[in-house]
Design a protein around this ligand. Structure first.
Ligand SMILES: Nc1ncnc2c1ncn2[C@@H]1O[C@H](COP(=O)(O)OP(=O)(O)O)[C@@H](O)[C@H]1O
Ligand SMILES: [Mg+2]
Length: 287
């Protein structure tokens, strides 16, 4: 068997809301993402996109009915959301919460130290002691400065409160800064926020593009075809009714843009509802 220890492997995943266990929103998702690969999942409204990102995140409102998710050779579903992050998985929240009183700098430093302390917290770990695996304030500042430059962000950002009064674009910038500092090996980005303007899409795409590496796997979940103009996935999957109905390369996204979902669903034995047949939205006009 091939070495899958660095892959995210999703196998026959069936997911239901905790409140309605017989409703299988995801009805057998199978997908493997290897380091260096960029995958996009696209699907009509209600197809299960957000549920997939919630399931990977460990959202308490959803139950894994059956199936498996392996990451680095371990059962990801055994881990808490916090452990998933320590384990090198970055899951972008669709609706980031504001935390008045907590500065971006403190937030990021805490997050980075948590990531550095490893999957199993080492009792010897001291966040402020470089000898004990921690990071000095000077080290942290230097690193942040480097990433701010890389993402073309202003330093003033660091003293603001987390997401407090942030514009959609600023929330996305913080998300990208967080990702740059956490250095995940797998990033799952759910970009289905309907309030997302074209500027925010560009921030995410450019941010991810600057971080692409042979070690990073990326899964972008989107219903905005336009995102894929900036971020180039090698693999595109079409999700409908909780299943991946077909997979292909970038040409599949272009076909969706031209034809909408209806022909592709019909070819795969699904008689699309009016909702499903609606063309994938281009991003709403923005600044
Ligand atoms: N917690 C929940 N309880 C009941 N139904 C849900 C829940 N979450 C999602 N659904 C339903 O599951 C389907 C897929 O939802 P979702 O994953 O949000 O789709 P998408 O992100 O592709 O639009 C929708 O019909 C939605 O109403
Ligand atoms: Mg959604």
């Amino acid at each position: 068997m091939a070495d899958t220890s660095a892959h995210l492997v999703i196998k026959d995943l069936v997911v239901a809301p905790k409140s309605e266990l017989t409703k299988h929103i995801l009805d057998g998702i199978t997908l493997t993402i290897r380091p260096g690969e960029v995958h996009a999942i696209m699907g009509p409204n209600g197809s299960g996109k957000t549920t997939l990102s919630y399931a990977l995140m460990g959202h308490p409102g959803y139950e894994i009915i059956s199936g498996e998710v392996h990451w680095k050779g371990q059962n990801l579903l055994d881990f808490s959301p916090d452990q998933r992050s320590r384990f090198g998985l970055f899951l972008a929240f669709q609706y980031p919460t504001a935390i008045p009183g907590l500065s971006v700098a403190s937030f990021l430093r805490t997050a980075m130290n948590a990531r550095r302390s490893g999957l199993v917290r080492d009792p010897e770990f001291d966040p402020s002691d470089p000898v004990k695996g921690g990071m000095t304030m000077g080290e942290f500042r230097k690193l942040v400065k480097e990433k701010l430059t890389q993402l073309k962000m202003d330093e003033a950002f660091m003293t603001r409160y987390v997401n407090d009064g942030f514009s959609g674009g600023e929330k996305k910038r913080l998300e990208m800064l967080q990702m740059a500092l956490m250095k995940p090996e797998m990033a799952v980005l759910d970009e289905t926020d309907s309030g997302l303007d074209i500027d925010a899409l560009r921030i995410v795409a450019e941010g991810v593009n600057t971080m692409l590496s042979p070690e990073l796997g990326v899964l972008v979940i989107t219903h905005y075809q336009r995102l894929l103009d900036y971020l180039k996935p090698q693999f595109v999957h079409v999700l409908a009714r909780g299943r991946i109905v077909t997979s292909g390369g970038p040409e599949l996204a272009h076909r969706l843009e031209k034809e909408g979902y209806a022909p592709i669903l019909a070819e795969n034995g699904i008689n699309p509802t009016a909702d499903e047949a609606a063309a994938p939205p281009v991003a709403p006009a923005g600044a």
